[in-house]
Design a protein around this ligand. Structure first.
Ligand SMILES: N[C@@H](CCC(=O)N[C@@H](CS)C(=O)NCC(=O)O)C(=O)O
Length: 219
């Protein structure tokens, strides 16, 4: 079904709908799909072959100068890049199931954990992937030593995440949020570079089982 949002956040059927350009295996793309699944937003997804560099062509570069996916194209042609900015757009336009906090305190806590997961875990996993596999060597210079350092930093941060989840159902208390979405997408992708939870991460493992069972995790 083609749908679009009205200013009040009501989903309506439209001839031309907004689209998200993405790649089904990319972790940032999954963050957005999972976020929209939690909010029951139906979306048209356009697949770009990032290994072949389709995201780098002039048409896509004109829409999104960073060339990174995912990016959102609205009905009027406006494009929004950056995973978090896309999620913010839907958080503001679709009132159902807020995922970025409901009170000033919760919003700050969600942002704190979202940023920690992004900077101290997901980014390190990404650098480990890019620098140790050479997957994007046609567009960057891999430095394997840097990849190894980043991988170690990501693995070490699993201990901090485990500690946070010792007394907390989700990263922010009992409130399932975008921070949890970010973490599960990063953790699943981390397996590609063999970064995994250990048996000692009992709280993180419990959290992982719980979040993996959500229907949105299949997005
Ligand atoms: N800061 C961006 C990062 C996006 C990003 O790194 N996307 C990766 C896929 S997960 C990508 O586009 N890789 C293709 C490339 O680097 O050419 C965001 O949050 O959306």
């Amino acid at each position: 079904m083609n749908t679009a949002l009205t200013a009040s956040g009501i989903l309506t059927k439209r001839e031309n709908s907004m689209k998200i350009y993405e790649a089904s295996t990319a972790p940032n793309a999954r963050r957005v799909r999972m976020f929209l699944a939690e909010k029951n937003v139906d979306m048209e997804y356009v697949q770009l072959d990032i290994a072949a560099g389709e995201n780098l062509n002039s048409e896509n570069r004109a829409k999104n100068p960073t060339t990174k996916i995912p990016f959102l194209e609205l009905d009027d042609g406006t494009c929004i890049g950056e995973t978090l900015a896309i999620c913010r757009y839907f958080e503001e336009t679709v009132s159902d199931n807020p995922l970025m906090g409901r009170t000033p305190l919760e919003k700050a806590q969600v942002e704190m954990w979202q940023r920690r997961v992004e900077f101290y875990f997901m980014m390190q996993v990404g650098m480990c992937f890019q620098h140790s596999t050479g997957y994007f060597k046609d567009r960057m210079t891999p430095v394997p030593e840097y990849g190894a350092v980043a991988g170690k930093a990501a693995t070490k941060y699993l201990d901090d995440l485990n500690a946070q989840l010792a007394d907390s159902k989700y990263l922010v208390g009992d409130y399932f949020s975008i921070a949890d979405i970010n973490l599960i997408c990063a953790l699943d992708f981390a397996r590609v570079v063999k970064i995994k939870m250990s048996d000692e991460h009992t709280h993180l493992l419990r959290w992982y089982q719980d979040v993996s069972a959500r229907p949105s995790a299949k997005a």
